[in-house]
Design a protein around this ligand. Structure first.
Ligand SMILES: Cc1ncc(COP(=O)(O)O)c(C=O)c1O
Length: 383
């Protein structure tokens, strides 16, 4: 069967070589002891899970992390053999379903309650396996995980099961991407609470992996900032930075892997005072050349960016004018020479000397780079 053509020419291009290079930068800057865990949950933040995971492994990642058992199983079914940590919680019942499959597929589960351990052990015993788990400690996210003072007892419970191996202990920082003194104090508090609870267990079992850094904390560790170098421990879980949107300033030359582009479908000259798009909220100041683009909020080009978004055409910035529609939007190209039907318009990524970065688009949409990457809808073909 012939691949279906997207008649609109609106496509999302992901450069997996860039992901590999970005991961390699972390591999080179971290100590030998600190593994790189590539976070490829949510379809690798919208970048394509299997290809991103393979690129990350080639770049030096020795661990992968997903949010759901289903995401890890997909990687296994595509012959990815690296250890895979499921960061999220199991199905409510903790019986059957995702827990059983995670054991069968050799996925490492995050654990923080006793029922879950019971079921993991049961399934692992049935198929004659020993299942790896990592204990999640909640030091300040108030999301999932046990409080630090319960870690010792919980680790003993884990050790009491013969078909479970305690392979790691971790926590997650809430404000490591915020640079104020107050936020740093909070993160330091999280780290110290984690280490106080986890270090004695590690001392008795040196093979256990301790990990707490996400992209922001790892970048600050690499930069030698404050206590962050010691927080790198045995592994750093790198998500957003490996896609090229570092959440804190960094000297690492990370590049954005995602490029989202389309092509002009119509160019027209309108007179001053003419309104553009629904609601007539935008009225042209003077004579204006309008280029129509074939994408809208159904593609993940947020309507909230109305009045703020820009695109790159002929390497120059053109503002989106009028409300963003479901399938189309309009750009003012009056100042750009010779725009024609079929010309490329870049929504995210580089054209010529300029680049629209996910952080910038996130600000237009009143959100963050993470949601920009994850938000490009499935009807946009991935190239
Ligand atoms: C537990 C955990 N670790 C690591 C990450 C990766 O974070 P980042 O993308 O900021 O590197 C996430 C992402 O949400 C997470 O939930």
């Amino acid at each position: 069967m012939r691949a279906m053509t997207d008649y609109r020419n609106t496509t999302l291009h992901v450069d997996y070589g860039v992901i590999k290079d970005n991961v390699r930068l972390f591999r080179e800057r971290l100590s030998e002891a600190a593994r790189v865990c590539a976070v490829v949950k949510a379809n690798a933040y919208g970048h394509g899970d299997v290809a991103a995971a393979k690129a990350a492994v080639e770049g030096g990642a020795s661990f992968l992390a997903v949010a759901l058992a289903r995401e890890g199983i997909r990687l296994r079914e595509h012959d990815i053999a690296a250890p895979i940590l499921i960061l999220g919680s199991p199905e409510q019942s903790a019986a059957g379903g995702s827990v059983e499959e995670a054991v069968a597929y050799g996925l490492t589960q995050t654990v923080f309650h006793a029922d879950h351990l019971f079921h993991i052990d049961k399934y692992a015993a049935e198929i004659g396996k020993v299942a790896d788990v990592h204990i999640k400690v909640d030091t300040g996210m108030s999301r999932i995980g046990i409080p630090p003072h319960e870690l010792h007892e919980f680790a003993e419970l884990v050790a009491s099961y013969s078909h479970i191996r305690l392979a790691g202990i971790f926590t997650h920082f809430a404000v490591s991407d915020e640079l104020s003194a107050e936020d740093n104090t909070f993160t330091r508090g999280q780290f110290e609470a984690f280490m106080e609870a986890a270090e004695p267990i590690k001392r008795a079992n040196p093979e256990i992996i301790l990990h707490c850094c996400n992209s922001a904390a790892a970048l600050r560790g690499i930069a030698g900032e404050s206590f962050f170098p010691s927080a790198l421990q045995d592994m750093a879980r790198i998500g957003i930075a490996m896609y090229g949107a570092p959440p804190v300033p960094t000297a690492l030359p990370l590049r954005q892997a995602m490029r989202w582009a389309t092509r002009v479908t119509m160019v027209k000259d309108v007179y001053g005072g003419c309104s553009v798009s629904y609601g007539r909220t935008y009225k042209c100041d003077g004579d204006t050349r309008v280029a129509t683009l074939p994408l809208g909020y159904a593609d993940g080009y947020h309507r909230a960016m109305t009045g703020k978004a820009q695109v790159l055409i002929h390497g120059q910035r053109a503002p989106i004018i009028g409300r963003i529609c479901m399938d189309q939007c309009m750009a003012d190209v009056s100042h750009i020479e010779g725009v024609e039907i079929g010309d490329e318009a870049v929504l995210l990524g580089r054209q010529g000397d300029d680049e629209i970065r996910a952080d910038e688009m996130g600000r237009w949409a009143d959100t963050i780079s993470y949601e920009v990457f994850c938000g490009v809808s499935s009807r946009v073909p991935r190239v």
